[in-house]
Write a protein that binds this ligand. Structure first.
Ligand SMILES: Nc1ncnc2c1ncn2[C@@H]1O[C@H](COP(=O)(O)OP(=O)(O)O)[C@@H](O)[C@H]1O
Ligand SMILES: [Mg+2]
Length: 150
């Protein structure tokens, strides 16, 4: 587990760009935290670091937005999902188990279909622009290249 304190949106951007540049494909980053914690902003900055040129926003209705780049970014946001959804029918496996990068907002809601080896970043709001980031993973080796830059 690693903890990081962020004081501003600018520092979040610096972190996101750094993480994005390190991604190789095949990683699953789960972003948990309350509404307004900064999950979508961090996703946007990571995407920019990956060299994605499209504007990354909250998927309004879609659960999955795909951004194409040298490495593709699959951005999941299951916030709007309610009740028991049969994910097996949605065909997400082809995206989740690929050489793309997956970033998942509200991972709790789709935990049962996510790859086992993932890096979870919990974002806690400490003030208006302050954030505490808690990094945990069940596979330190797979995510070494990210953990070592923190
Ligand atoms: N350090 C920070 N990191 C991320 N967002 C911040 C930070 N400081 C302020 N914000 C603001 O907090 C809000 C986060 O919104 P968003 O990224 O949509 O959150 P979420 O996706 O977790 O609901 C934005 O309005 C953003 O400008
Ligand atoms: Mg969001």
């Amino acid at each position: 587990m690693k903890t990081l304190i962020i004081n501003s949106l600018d520092e979040m951007k610096t972190l996101g760009l750094k993480i994005g540049k390190k991604l190789k494909g095949g990683e699953t980053l789960c972003l948990s935290g309350d509404l307004g914690a900064g999950k979508t902003h961090l996703t946007k900055f990571i995407g920019q670091g990956m060299g994605i040129e499209d504007y990354i926003t909250s998927p309004s209705f879609a659960i999955l937005n795909i951004y194409y780049g040298k490495i593709n970014l699959n951005h999941f946001d299951s916030y709007r999902l309610e009740g028991d959804i049969d994910f097996d029918d949605l065909g997400f496996d082809d995206y989740l188990f690929s050489n793309d990068v997956n970033i998942v907002e509200w991972p709790e809601k789709m935990e049962n279909i996510l790859p086992k080896d993932r890096l979870t970043i919990k974002i806690e709001k400490t003030s208006d622009t302050g954030r505490k980031l808690i990094f945990t993973t069940n596979n330190e080796d797979k995510y070494k290249h990210i953990l070592e830059i923190l």
